[in-house]
Design a protein around this ligand. Structure first.
Ligand SMILES: [Zn+2]
Length: 461
């Protein structure tokens, strides 16, 4: 506005005769009588020099522009997650075989945990005055989801535990199952007497009780559940110590694990992988895990499933970022096993953090990973999914076979030991020798063999 006013003023001044010889202005340049009238172009020889550069504007004049208030409606920006808003660079899918910074959340993997976690309980039994010695050592954590822990247990017991899980503790004999309880019909009394030996002025043992599990149907196999005895009435101090120590190895008949009935506990085991691509090398692990991620990242159903579940859980990121997030916790563990003929049949155990606590959705997630269309292939070798399995009959963990159970390898172990005999299906043989006192179970076999009858044997100590 100021510039236009200045020009108009100059025009008025020229018309008034203040610029001698000028007959008008074109823009800010004066038109003289020496300009060419016919073509109306300016004669460059008579053009005045360009106007001087205006001096810098004052600070007041350079105030930021403030738009006038308006009643116009402004369309809101699309909803973006904080990560998207902060980082507008396109997300680039990582190399599926890269293990840099992976797996994430490994410290949350319950299968990596141990007994005696920090912090120690505030009150512990006096070790110098224990009437019954036991192994005081750190053991792997017992990870048994609630459904597996209470399988085959009578509804009356399960419903009571579900109604108030904090009221009870599970006491799981090492090697529990039908046969254990047949051989030890008073295991609950022995366990109760042992636990009462922890009583002191600081640890109350008054009112504790241990019930044997009730089966809702007749168990078929020797290691079928229900497994846990049910401890009630424990004082807070006693319960805290029992859960912290977890594994009490007293003798071959009396060795058990104490765990809470935790309805939230989830297994991170996804599937087993066998086949000729499975080898105990970092390269094999990298290739197999890379193939699994590569196929999953390209699968539309898996993409949409992860995006839907993680979006509901308010996990930030785009669709691609969420599918990568869902697989960042994936890890492989090499497990050496043998088949029924004694031939080495190594496995990879794939673990990963569940992306949902909804059991039905979790099963869908597992089914998608296990049943990827067209399967997984590494170096022309098919990855064989869940044809073989690992299932420890001793501690009930599903990350190692019984012959690889680490519990009886711990220094000072006083519990049962046994020789493992691998046998499947029709080849299963029960060597019920009376001189053999410890049950050794089939720990590796096909799914068909697991559902067959009597896949167990008995071996000497
Ligand atoms: Zn085990």
């Amino acid at each position: 506005m100021e510039t236009r006013g200045t020009t108009d003023s100059r025009v008025r001044q020229s018309v008034g005769g203040s610029d001698k010889g000028a007959i008008g202005y074109i823009g800010q340049y004066p038109v003289s009588r020496q300009s060419c009238p016919p073509c109306r172009t300016l004669n460059p020889r008579v053009l005045p020099p360009p106007p001087p550069v205006p001096p810098p504007r004052s600070a007041e004049e350079t105030q930021p522009f403030t738009p006038p208030h308006t009643t116009l409606s402004i369309r809101p920006l699309p909803n973006r997650t904080p990560a998207q808003a902060m980082n507008n660079t396109p997300f680039v899918m990582p190399d599926p075989e890269s293990m840099v910074g992976l797996p994430t959340k490994a410290n949350e993997n319950p299968h990596n945990h141990t007994s005696q976690p920090d912090p120690n309980p505030t009150v512990m039994p006096d070790g110098d005055n224990l009437s019954v010695p036991f192994t005081f050592a750190i053991f792997p954590r017992i990870v048994i989801p609630f459904g597996a822990l209470t399988q085959n247990m009578a509804e009356a017991q399960v419903e009571a535990i579900k109604a108030d899980p904090g009221k009870f503790l599970a006491v799981i004999p090492h090697g529990a199952g039908k046969q254990f309880y047949e051989r030890n019909p008073h295991a609950n009394r022995e366990a109760k007497a042992f636990i009462e030996s922890f009583g002191s002025t600081e640890i109350s043992i008054t009112g504790i009780d241990i019930a044997l599990p009730i089966s809702h149907h007749k168990a078929k196999r020797d290691f079928d559940g229900p497994w846990p005895m049910i401890l009630s009435g424990a004082s807070p101090e006693l319960a805290a110590f029992l859960k912290w120590h977890q594994t009490f190895s007293v003798n071959r008949r009396l060795t058990f694990h104490v765990v809470p009935f935790d309805l939230e506990l989830e297994s991170w085991v996804i599937m087993t992988i066998s086949g000729d691509a499975v080898r105990d090398t970092p390269e094999a692990k990298r290739k197999v895990l890379g193939e699994i991620k590569r196929k999953l990242w390209k699968d539309t159903h898996f993409h949409n499933f992860c995006n839907s579940v993680l979006s509901a859980a308010q996990v930030p990121g785009s669709l691609a970022q969420r599918v990568v997030h869902a697989t960042n916790t994936f890890d492989l563990t090499f497990v050496q096993t043998q088949d029924s003929a004694g031939v080495d049949t190594p496995l990879f155990l794939l673990t990963g953090k569940p992306i949902t606590k909804d059991a039905a959705l979790h099963r869908q997630w597992l089914a998608m990973i296990r049943g990827i269309p067209k399967g997984y292939v590494v170096d022309m070798h098919a990855l064989i999914i869940d044809k073989r399995w690992v299932d420890c009959v001793w501690c009930k963990n599903k990350i190692h076979p019984a012959h690889g159970c680490p519990f009886d390898k711990v220094a000072g172990w006083l519990g049962p030991r046994g020789r493992v005999v691998v046998t499947t299906g029709a080849a299963a043989t029960v060597i019920a020798a009376t001189t053999m006192t410890t049950v050794i179970a089939v720990v590796v076999g096909t799914e068909a063999a697991r559902t067959a009858t009597g896949t167990m044997t008995v071996g000497p100590l």
